[in-house]
Ligand binder design. Sequence first.
Ligand SMILES: *Cc1c(COP(=O)(O)O)cnc(C)c1O
Length: 370
Amino acid sequence: MLLVSEPVLGTEETSALSEVIESGWITMGPRVRAFEEAFAAAHGLSDCIAVSSCTAALHLILLAAGIGPGDEVLVPSLTFAATANSVMYVGAKPVFVDIESLDVPLISPARAEQLCSARTRAVILVHYAGALADRAAWRALANRHGLLLVEDSAHAVGVEGPGTIGDAAAFSFYGNKNMTTGEGGVVTARDPALLERVRLLRGHGMTSGTFARLNSRTPHYDVTLLGFNYRMDELRAAVGLVQLAHLPAWNASRRAFSRLYRRLLDRVCPDVRVPFSDERASSHHIMPALLPAAADRDLVIERLRDAGIQTTIHYRPVHHLTLYRERPDIGPLPVTEEFASRELTLPLHPKMTAADVEHVVNALATALRT
Ligand SMILES: *Cc1c(COP(=O)(O)O)cnc(C)c1O
């Protein structure tokens, strides 16, 4: 079965893990710090903090920024539930914003501006599919309304920009992302004071970690904030260091396969639309395609499965999920609805080949004809 996404893991990861085990220290220590330094350098950032997931990263950013009950946070509905859930964790209200267009399925700055109220404190951008949101438009809007600009950069790992567009950004290393540590994430923030609060909140609000205490003369620590256990560990950091070194080459393959998809779909399936015709800066995390409005998507998914091809949908809109559906005042999100009803995510990962891309496009053409 050709999968939608697949991690690249090999002997380098195995040796890195063995080294950590042989070292005798598996919880957060020098490898986590080395991973943070390497990740920041690879993304043109001055610093970052490794955490247990991107979801934890989003939670800590909102918490450290003091967002809470009574506050509203603008979020896209075309995203993974974690984006909106993080707003609920701090007791604030997620306000769903429509996407720009079928061609640019990113949270719309114009729609966001219309939804700004006296309670709006922040906006979480999602670089959907890895395609970067518009820096100038979002900074201008954030400045006009005094909003904290947060980037959910789960899709945009290994591309420069995320972490410098907004005030803070959250990255994911879940198994289906562009690089993986199994579970894992990173927080970055422009304001060093905000980043320091995130550092404290990551480890119970404790003023020193176990490894630091081992290497200092004093066993004492204090707890100054109500923190969480959102730490990364040495095993994950060791895998992350290996993965990070391969990321540029993997993202280059993703880009090449995306371009090949775009070219072949244009020729073989002319009524299938591929978003981001402007080919903006992207990490090419997934390969979204829009089926013709009249196509029976479930049938297409079944036919492709019969041809050995897995496909998925990014996303069922968050405002359709049971947890959110019954909430009052969810405005109309017509572009999100249309996009989500026609979207089909095709396989895209560095282990596939150009022949796989051709196979998918031909199978899609056949599935749409019959
Ligand atoms: C994967 C993903 C997340 C959650 O990441 P985790 O590391 O699994 O917590 C959040 N937002 C988006 C857009 C994602 O794709």
